[in-house]
Ligand binder design. Structure first.
Ligand SMILES: Nc1ncnc2c1ncn2[C@@H]1O[C@H](COP(=O)(O)O)[C@@H](OP(=O)(O)O)[C@H]1O
Ligand SMILES: [Mg+2]
Length: 304
């Protein structure tokens, strides 16, 4: 099985577990639902990666020392820890996973904007990535030819008993994903955080020669997927985020021909000692310079 197929399988299966957690616990106690979802998906991904890629390092949001006291419903176990820092920094292959991105939206009944992220960093690049959108029944992922795909057809909602573990080919027909041109070149729809939209975007809207419509969506993975699916034209975030929030969706976005960078235009770099990666811009490449120039002019007021 290729790294791409493995990433897609693990993200999809973790997503199924998360749907089962929603069914099991319901929405009455949001805190328990969020913690249980975070930890069940984390434990599944850690166990599968340890079994199937025992020599690889892993960086998961929920494997940090700072979440060691967190417990899921019905379990007394602490989360499985990430690869030790020195070993991770020296590792040629590092899986960077967010077991549940958009935790808040996961805990809100009816919302589909949450995701599972599985990415592979190989020292200087994102070598593979998958973003499962379990509520929508799809997983966007990279392929060995350097493309990005969205599986389609009857089995698109996941891997079946027949297709899992049968040598790495995609389980269903796959539609190649190519970041679409904005539908209306005079008006860009920009996805932003529901809870922490960057304040500078209002000012950016005054400076760029197009109208900006801000579209609040939860989860970095769901927002970047929305760009690739043509539901919005870009994603701008600043003020705080971590490597696991963007690694997998950035891998898919780059493979789909999108621009994905820091908001100063520099490349997204992963597997650093400090996993903070506070800002990101994803859009069609044709709009990158307009947005980057507008953001650069605001740089005095940008959050650091
Ligand atoms: N200012 C900030 N500081 C730290 N993390 C942030 C952040 N803004 C967004 N994030 C993280 O980025 C992800 C997407 O956020 P949002 O939906 O607000 O756009 C969320 O991940 P998790 O849900 O995995 O915690 C959220 O915690
Ligand atoms: Mg996240």
């Amino acid at each position: 099985m290729t790294d791409h197929a493995l990433a897609a399988e693990l993200a999809t299966e973790a997503g199924r577990l998360l749907l089962a957690v929603r069914d099991e616990l319901g929405f009455a106690d949001a805190r328990t639902l969020k913690d249980t979802g975070d930890l069940r998906a984390h434990e599944y991904l850690m166990a599968e990666l340890a079994r199937r890629c025992p020599d690889d390092a892993v960086l998961s949001e929920e494997g940090r020392a700072s979440v060691a006291g967190k417990r899921s419903a019905g379990s007394s176990a602490a989360p499985t820890a990430n690869t030790a820092l020195a070993d991770r920094l020296a590792a040629p292959r590092v899986w960077i996973v967010d077991p549940l991105d958009g935790t808040r939206e996961f805990s809100e009944e009816g919302r589909l904007d949450w995701a599972v992220h599985v990415a592979l960093w190989t020292g200087d690049r994102l070598a593979a990535g998958a973003v499962a959108l379990p509520g929508r029944g799809v997983t966007l992922h990279t392929t060995p030819t350097g493309a990005a795909v969205l599986p389609t057809g009857p089995a698109a909602s996941g891997w079946t008993a027949e297709t899992a573990g049968t040598g790495g080919s995609a389980p269903v027909e796959a539609e190649e994903l190519a970041v679409p041109e904005p539908a209306d070149p005079g008006r860009l729809r920009i996805a932003v955080s529901r809870s922490r939209p960057p304040a500078f975007l209002a000012e950016l809207a005054e400076r760029v020669p197009v109208e900006l419509d801000l579209v609040p969506i939860g989860s970095a993975g769901a927002k970047i997927s929305a760009v690739l699916l043509g539901e919005v034209d870009g994603y701008v975030h600043a003020g705080g985020q971590y490597e696991w929030d963007s690694a997998a969706p950035a891998a898919v976005a780059l493979a789909a021909g999108a621009h994905a960078s820091r908001v100063d235009g520099s490349p997204l770099v992963y597997n650093r000692a400090d996993p903070r990666l506070p800002d990101i811009l994803v859009c069609h490449p044709g709009w990158a310079s307009t947005l980057l120039t507008g953001i650069r002019e605001l740089s005095d007021t940008m959050p650091r």
